[in-house]
Design a protein around this ligand. Structure first.
Ligand code: COA
Length: 259
């Protein structure tokens, strides 16, 4: 597929999606969201892709939804929009493969919300996070009011949403918004190192482990445990499980085929 606002590169099982509108700090317009959605579907279906990295490059992740696109919209325009952001975020969040956000520079508004649909967030030392929508007279409408409190708790999420201020990478780490902070010039190397680690793991097990965590978060504990049990049982019907355990007993690395 041809993309204009993102760059898609696949190397050794790792697909890297790079936002590419540097002139507007990677502001996310409908075209970007549509291309992200298409790329997410393509990566999900491509058996050679085992892990996906989303990044904006070394300078900026994304400075939010494109304000110039929203400035003159009416309530009816917004209400009747098919919301490409929602479709893109849903497809990324439910992608049956690990998704790592590698974040340098600003991750604001929709950019910050995009990081929230990744499974893991790695921040460069120069990263800054924020949900400044409140300063524009709106609220984070692409999942920010829902996913952020689930990740860092309602009190901290409300402080970020109500104040609209930016926080630096170290503070993001302290409140659990990101998994780790790395020197800016090592961001991609670190993201790839983590991605490579996941590439070697059981493919079907990864898929079901992600589903167990994500689906379980929507359920009460009892229902979540039952769902986990179903996923666990199902894995015993896979060749990956046989290979993983046989390889352990034969003292050699497992070679998972995703079957
Ligand atoms: N939507 C549309 N354009 C944006 C944008 C956005 N969210 N964020 C930045 N841009 C554009 C600017 O308009 C500017 O374009 P111009 O050169 O044609 O004037 C260009 O990107 C560079 O941004 P600029 O503001 O000059 O950079 P800066 O380094 O001074 O400030 C920010 C960086 C991120 C602090 C500032 O751009 C900003 O506050 N952006 C909006 C953040 C926001 O509110 N996001 C939530 C949207 S819902």
């Amino acid at each position: 597929m041809e993309y204009k606002t993102i760059i898609v590169r696949i190397e050794e099982g790792i697909a890297t999606l790079t936002l590419n509108r540097p002139e507007v700090l990677n502001a996310l317009n409908d075209q970007v969201f549509n291309e992200l959605a298409d790329a997410a579907s393509e990566m999900a279906a491509d058996p050679t892709v085992r892990v996906v990295i989303i990044t904006g490059g070394e300078k900026v992740f994304a400075a939010g939804a494109d304000i110039s696109q929203m400035a003159t919209a009416s309530a009816v325009d917004v209400m009747t929009s098919d919301k490409p952001s929602h479709r893109a975020f849903h497809l990324i969040e439910t992608m049956p493969k690990p998704v790592i956000a590698a974040i340098a520079g600003y991750a604001l508004g929709g950019g910050c919300e995009l990081t929230l649909v990744a499974d893991i967030r790695i921040a460069a030392e120069n990263a800054q996070f924020g949900l400044p929508e409140i300063k524009l007279g709106i609220l984070p409408g692409a999942g920010g009011t829902q996913r952020l409190p689930r990740l860092i708790g309602p009190g901290r999420a409300k402080e970020l949403i109500f104040g609209g201020d930016f926080i630096k990478a170290e503070e993001a780490l302290r409140i659990g918004l990101v998994n780790k902070v790395v020197p800016t010039n090592q961001l991609f190397e670190e993201a790839k190192k983590m991605a490579k680690r996941f590439c070697d793991r059981g493919t079907v097990a990864l898929r079901l482990a992600k589903s167990a965590v994500n689906e379980g978060l929507r359920m009460d504990l009892e229902a979540g445990l039952q769902y986990e049990d179903k996923c666990f049982n199902l894995l015993f019907a896979t060749e990956d499980q046989k290979e993983g355990m046989r390889a352990f007993l034969e003292k050699r690395p497992a070679k998972f085929q995703g079957r």
